[in-house]
Ligand binder design. Structure first.
Ligand SMILES: *Cc1c(COP(=O)(O)O)cnc(C)c1O
Length: 410
């Protein structure tokens, strides 16, 4: 048979190009992937993934966030299979809904209640609606450059949206109290919510945690004005602190959005809130065909339970610190200065003097070719499945990758 394409990946891209607009939507579109990266994968196990051409990688992206315990965690797989055998989409929720809501309320200090959906965008959108419903006001303060999902009100690319979709949004700068207060003043008596990402993780930029002073200023501004403080914990939730990322700065939100890691790869979004916004939440009509499906909820119960029982957060932090220390030593040894920012379990690695990303892209591609899947600009994700031996094996390969980059740069 005629075989025009060298790889399975290229074949799938060519077929997709005929039947899927642009080959793929969103952030995994080939044009948005780092050059030379595979687009299609066949399977995952623990902290390893295999692309469709059979190449194996030690992974540091976790499916872009959802995979927190590793692929095919036996406890999550068993819980999901058990619920699947009973039924997933029934005519109403299963018992898992109430069990999960109880577990979430018990786990997350600010939460008096929980609601579930399918995606982070569902959850962040619901938070905004509940804040408006609960306050009867319109203005939402949003951090510049923050990602809250891909609905018309928040997608970072304006195609297909109108300016009106973003009406009533006022922007402020991260960790800048003056900028926040200016936005609060501009909103006047129409302020419904201050919406923050758990920490600042803009693509291609150093990641920055909130300062205690800034987090407290956000809380104080919300209290003073009667607005909701919303923390979008979709990306960082269940990785930094089991009770929510802002536990680290001692500030509790009124509403929080969750998704990615909540069910170890099963589709689930969640909103948690306190009693001040309980009535506002009851007044928002929000639903979806799959929002009460039981399998993802069973998976979430198993995922959160295991993270709590085994101190998954502590393990990911230790593995992230081991990886970070190794990369730092290699960068020094090879004379390629890097900046590592973000919490160790959600790192981003950027090279100095690399505005065009030539060095960062080359390093990640060299690592990829040696079987380590990194990302040059996006938040990466450690998982509970990483062992010290996995980290050390990855570091052996990144050392060789740095040597190759150093040679190419010289
Ligand atoms: C991924 C993400 C979202 C959107 O979640 P989806 O599940 O992709 O809809 C929202 N906020 C943050 C901070 C995210 O990282």
């Amino acid at each position: 048979m005629n075989q025009p394409f060298a790889t399975q990946d290229a074949q799938l891209r060519a077929r997709a190009g005929r039947v899927i607009p642009g080959g793929l939507w969103g952030h995994q579109n080939a044009a948005r992937l780092p050059a030379g990266y595979p687009q299609y994968f066949s399977h995952g196990q623990g902290c390893r993934i295999w692309d469709v051409d059979g190449r194996e990688y030690i992974d540091f992206m976790g499916g872009w966030g959802p995979v927190v315990l590793g692929w095919h965690d036996p406890e999550v797989d068993a819980a999901a299979a058990k619920q699947a055998a009973l039924g997933d989409c029934l005519n109403g929720p299963s018992e898992r809904l109430v069990e999960l809501a109880e577990l979430v309320v018990d786990t997350i200090p600010h939460a008096d209640w929980a609601m579930f959906s399918k995606n982070g965008t569902d959850a962040s959108t619901q938070c905004v609606m509940i804040a408006r419903s609960g306050t009867g006001r319109r203005k939402i303060l949003v951090g510049t450059g923050a990602y809250h999902g891909a609905a018309p009100w928040c997608t970072p690319w304006p195609g297909g949206t109108t300016a009106e979709d973003r009406a009533h949004q006022i922007f402020f700068e991260w960790n800048n109290i003056e900028s926040l207060e200016r936005a609060v003043t501009e909103a006047g008596d129409d302020l419904a919510a201050i919406l923050l990402s758990a920490f600042k993780y803009d693509l291609g930029k150093d990641h920055v945690m909130p300062t205690v002073e800034f987090a407290r200023a956000c809380r104080a501004a919300a209290d003073r004005t009667g607005a909701a403080l919303i923390v979008d914990d979709v990306r960082a939730g269940f990785r930094i602190d089991i009770g929510g990322t802002w536990e680290a700065v001692g500030v509790q939100p009124d509403l929080s959005a969750w998704s990615k890691a909540i069910a170890n790869g099963h589709a689930l979004g969640a909103v948690t809130g306190n009693d001040r916004f309980r009535e506002g939440a009851t007044k928002v009509f929000t639903t979806g065909s799959f929002w009460t499906a039981g399998v993802a909820m069973a998976a979430a119960i198993a995922t959160i339970g295991k993270l709590k029982r085994d101190d998954g957060v502590g393990h990911m932090k230790a593995m992230g610190e081991r990886f970070r220390a190794g990369l730092d030593a290699q960068a020094k040894a090879h004379g390629l200065p890097i900046r590592q920012s973000g919490p160790a379990q959600m790192p981003v690695v950027l090279f100095d003097d690399d505005a065009d990303r030539r060095i960062g892209n080359a390093f990640c591609l060299e690592a990829l070719q040696r079987g380590v899947y990194l990302h040059p600009t996006h938040t990466m994700f450690l998982s509970v499945a990483h062992t010290p031996a996995d980290i050390d094996a990855a570091l052996d390969r990144t050392d060789a990758a740095m040597a190759a980059v150093k040679k190419a740069v010289a």
